[in-house]
Design a protein around this ligand. Structure first.
Ligand code: NAD
Length: 305
């Protein structure tokens, strides 16, 4: 049994990872400020601290606790919202990372995993981007995520084994269906379920790499004690391209609902298209059977209706 600090356990990804770790018999401590998460999302068995990861005072509550790893999942997760409040974004995504890396160093915890994002690549105008491709963030959110990775590189020299998982578009049961500025699939699905019309911000020709939540959880679980992942940045996606148009069609078919779809201006910092090259992910984390978009979407819809 290991001791893990998982930040963001009241949110979509953090709650799913924490649940798996508790099921595996580990001791999970969580920090979440409930800014977008919900208390009821925190899985049973998790020792929860309600507080801000960007507040140094919060870490006093962890004095004397021996941590085997920190999984920093909490954060402001919307590119669009980062333009509304860049200061909040940098605190939630970057200051928090710096403080948690410092906690690692001071508490002799040698393992740090981070929920980074595909957005750090910016508009490369190509599919299957590799970890070695250049990064050119287009949003405050992406700048903060990339800065976090640079901080991790510095702490590597202090003996901390860091891994940054560059997550592509995640979807699945437990995703926030109320916030229409966060997520992509969840935004369209929420509108199909609860609105008269569907408004798409940007072109229907845009494309993404949608990865099911269980596969993201699996990637973190496989990475925790995996020495080959130490000090690496790894794309976590499927390598498959789905356009917004085809996603809308799938949602409409599964729900058997036709709705008027209108297209508006794209949001600031939005990327036209991106998919992951997952060679490194397969090599380091090993292959497993990924949930297809059709099956994952069905599971998500079944969890909602
Ligand atoms: N969902 C995706 O498609 C996606 C893709 C790439 C990267 N990510 C990253 O994965 C992480 C989790 O995303 P998510 O989809 O679960 O989002 P989410 O909003 O559902 O969860 C984030 C959680 O972090 C908490 N939080 C935010 N700021 C905090 C702070 N300063 N201190 C403590 N808690 C704080 C929120 O209350 C929430 O519970 C984020 O860092 C996000 O940037 C997500």
């Amino acid at each position: 049994m290991a001791n893990y600090l998982v930040t963001g356990s009241a949110g979509f990804v953090g709650s799913s990872i924490s649940k798996r770790l508790v099921e595996q018999g580990h001791n999970v401590i969580s920090i979440d400020n409930l800014s977008t998460g919900y208390l009821e999302n925190i899985p049973e068995g998790v020792n929860s601290i309600i507080g801000n990861c960007a507040d140094p005072e919060i870490y006093k509550q962890l004095r004397g606790v021996n941590l085997d790893a920190i999984l920093h999942i909490a954060g402001q997760s919307s590119g669009e919202i980062s333009f509304d409040n860049p200061i909040n974004d940098i605190q939630a995504n970057t200051e928090s990372t710096l403080l948690l890396l410092d906690l690692c160093r001071k508490s002799n915890c040698e393992r740090f995993l981070y929920a980074s994002s595909m957005s750090i690549y910016g508009e490369l105008n190509k599919t299957r981007v590799k970890e070695t491709n250049k990064t050119k963030p287009k949003s405050f959110y992406a700048v903060g995520k990339l800065a976090s990775e640079y901080y991790m590189d510095i702490y590597k020299d202090f003996g901390i084994n860091t891994t940054s998982l560059r997550l592509f578009n995640i979807y699945g049961p437990g995703q926030n269906m109320i916030n229409l500025k966060q997520g992509m699939l969840s935004i369209y699905l929420a509108q199909y379920l609860h609105h008269d019309k569907v408004l798409v911000k940007g072109s229907g020709k845009r494309f993404r790499d949608f990865i099911f939540i269980d596969d993201v959880v699996e990637s973190f679980i496989r990475a925790i004690n995996n020495k080959a992942s130490f000090n690496k940045k790894i794309n976590i996606g499927t390598g498959k391209k789905t356009t917004v148009d085809s996603l809308l069609q799938k949602i409409s078919q599964i729900l058997e609902i036709n709705k008027e779809v209108s297209f508006g201006e794209s949001t600031p910092g939005d990327l036209f298209g991106i998919t992951a090259n997952i060679d490194l992910m397969n090599k380091i984390l090993g292959k497993w059977h990924h949930t297809s978009l059709d099956k994952g979407l069905k599971k998500m819809i079944d969890s909602l209706v």
